[in-house]
Design a protein around this ligand. Structure first.
Ligand code: FNR
Length: 423
């Protein structure tokens, strides 16, 4: 790219250039055939925006209120592990950029900086994401997050077993990284990354580094995402009692599960298929959003595939309260450190703002389903001409397009190919 990056995709390309292949593959890769990951982008093509004209949009507001706090933009930085492999002190840089942008930062259990280090480095709104590797350890981490002032706990529920990420398997990706000839060549051909890596050393899982020798096993379990697969609704009650502040359940993919979470005491849900990194065949969250909104009035957050302001606006219009960004800020981090994250967040906020103006909605909090039209997917059996309106409606309902506010919905935009060129 010869000119300056102007969108998230440009940052993705820059990230790919700067990172060794093994690291970029970890950041980018999805499960199995990566169909779910691609689908997370393509699904937005089914939803298109319906602009309202002659509305005064001279003053606009991209901000939202969530859990009694104001956010400057309707998104936050979602939890991602091993951020220091992308840029030294990655977790802290992400937290700081989020603070500057006036949005929450979600620290992963698998972070490199510890719960306490991130809290000391940021005065922003911090959330902590919990993986249940082992019950006792989970309890300790929850108490640490509470003591360090994290305002909200996110329980991730879609990693009972590790996703089959074939890029990582082929690359022998793991911690500590083994210095194979391939890795050394990868490092030599990406000197800017290697320099930072050599100066800062092998990243550790900061939340697990103590004098306790069992932590080594725990770190390995975390690396291979060997979680406690027995964790179920009864155990959820235990966690609910343990954590006194707001609690969200991440990885929800069904309207009935969303309802069950709220009945069990959660304060909201995060519809997510983990960015296509766990179950390749999972539906995309936006396709279950409207149905979930019909079932619960509590906050619904969503992620997986959000790269454009228009994606965010579509989700908000269909009933989401906010969007978690996964890879998008990581592309900025990997390309240009803290400044790269800030720029990605700014770009997305500007895109949301521009979209609001263009659809005639002055405020992100006033978005409603009638700004979106959800087209039925291409028919596989009957030709479109012989399909009845009812059939189209059935498709629409089937694919989650019925709005909670009962207005007509929608389909989408441009097909964004995932490029995998290497530097
Ligand atoms: C993740 N994700 C994730 N989720 C979580 O709950 N805990 C974690 O530690 C991680 N780690 C992680 C690492 C990396 C490199 C990625 C890309 C993702 C999933 C993440 O929170 C989010 O659900 C997805 O990234 C959303 O999809 P997009 O935006 O990346 O397409």
């Amino acid at each position: 790219m010869s000119t300056k990056p102007v969108n998230v995709e440009d940052y993705r390309i820059l990230a790919q250039r700067r990172l060794p292949k093994i690291i970029f593959d970890y950041l980018e890769g999805g499960a199995d055939d990566e169909i779910g990951m691609k689908h997370n982008r393509e699904v937005f093509e089914r939803y298109r925006l319906m602009p309202r004209r002659l509305v005064d949009v001279s003053k606009r507001d991209t901000g939202i209120e969530l859990f009694g706090r104001h956010q400057a933009a309707p998104f936050m930085i979602g939890p991602t592990g091993l951020n220091a492999a992308l840029w030294p002190k990655g977790d802290i840089l992400l937290a700081r950029a989020a603070e500057k942008a006036g949005i929450p930062f979600v620290l992963s259990t698998a972070s490199n900086a510890s719960i306490e280090e991130v809290a000391a480095a940021s005065k922003g709104d911090l959330w902590f994401q919990l993986y249940i590797v082992q019950r006792k350890l989970a309890e300790q981490m929850v108490r640490r997050a509470e003591a360090a002032g994290y305002s909200l706990l996110v329980l991730t529920t879609d990693v009972g077993v590790n996703g089959n990420r074939e890029r990582d398997l082929r690359n022998n990706f793991g911690l500590p990284m083994r210095y194979t000839p391939g890795l050394i060549y990868d490092g030599i051909t990406h000197p800017r990354w290697s320099l930072g890596f050599m100066r800062n050393g092998m990243p550790q899982f900061g939340n697990f580094v103590t004098a306790d020798s069992s932590d080594v096993e725990m770190q390995a379990a975390l690396m291979h995402r060997q979680m406690d697969a027995s964790f179920s609704w009864d155990d959820f009650n235990w966690l609910r009692k343990l954590w006194p502040r707001k609690l969200l359940v991440k990885g929800i993919m069904r309207p009935d599960d969303a309802e069950r979470c709220i009945a069990a005491g959660a304060d909201g849900v995060i519809l997510s298929n983990h960015g296509g990194r766990q179950l390749d065949a999972a539906v995309s969250p936006i396709d279950v959003l409207a149905k979930s909104r019909e079932r619960i009035s509590a906050p619904i957050l969503i992620d997986s595939g959000y790269r454009r302001g228009t994606d965010v606006v579509k989700a908000l219009a269909l009933g989401a309260n906010a969007v978690l960004l996964g890879r998008a800020p990581l592309y900025g981090l990997a390309a240009a450190g803290e400044a790269g994250v800030e720029r990605v967040l700014r770009l997305l906020k500007d895109e949301v703002d521009r979209t609001l103006a263009q659809i005639g909605c002055a405020s992100a909090s006033q978005l409603s389903p009638d700004y979106v039209r959800a087209d039925a997917p291409m028919p596989t059996t009957a030709s479109p001409s012989v399909r009845t309106s009812q059939e189209h409606l059935d498709d629409f309902v089937l694919h989650g397009g019925i709005s909670p506010r009962g207005r007509e919905p929608s389909a989408i935009g441009t097909k964004e190919e995932m490029h995998h060129e290497h530097s």
